[in-house]
Design a protein around this ligand. Sequence first.
Ligand SMILES: [Mg+2]
Length: 231
Amino acid sequence: MKSRHTWLNRVPVTAVSATALVALAAPAEASPASAAPASAPASAASTQLFPAPAAAAPAAAASSTAAAVDYETWQRDCQAVMDKALPYLQERIAQGKPGEKQAIVLDIDNTALETDFGFSFPQPANKPVRKVAQYAEERGVDLFFVTARPDIIHAPTAWNLDQAGYESSGLYVRGFLDLFKDVAEYKTAQRIDIERKGYTIIANIGNSATDLSGGHAEKTFKLPDYDGQLS
Ligand SMILES: [Mg+2]
């Protein structure tokens, strides 16, 4: 059974994920041609490329609280939400007016990708979400990813989304000054930016309240974060 790597609060998770991804960012950016084949076993990549984060993980785990959910429960809970999203999207996409550019906004950590369950790079897709996203994308809906991840891991995050099977039309990460802003306000501002590009955001999918507050989406779908325990 797959168990969640550790119950970390938002800051340590982001820090550990960022450290690992930054360690991989240099090779990914320096040699994009060789990055694709690097979908080689993640375990090999971990041992060769980021020994430091691997050592950091147990330290972070030591500060974690007891696990409150297992992988199967999380997947079942995500599927239940996507079971409501799919019929809505089927209907809404079909109702698209001529010239309407439909978009879906997705959070990344524990929404588009499995972040807190296992520790690998690339991180696998959260399958119930990917299935719905792919359904929409295949019908002309553009997918935008709005994450609190910092700009320094933009390239590996974009590559990860691609590896996980997402067709991204835009990835919004936090620039340096954004790191000092309220996350909900930052994310809302990115949705406004997407609307300014002429899109109608028909759905916003995330697992944290800060992913979904602030409007600028016709409908929101809240995945579980179990009282803030999943980033
Ligand atoms: Mg999240």
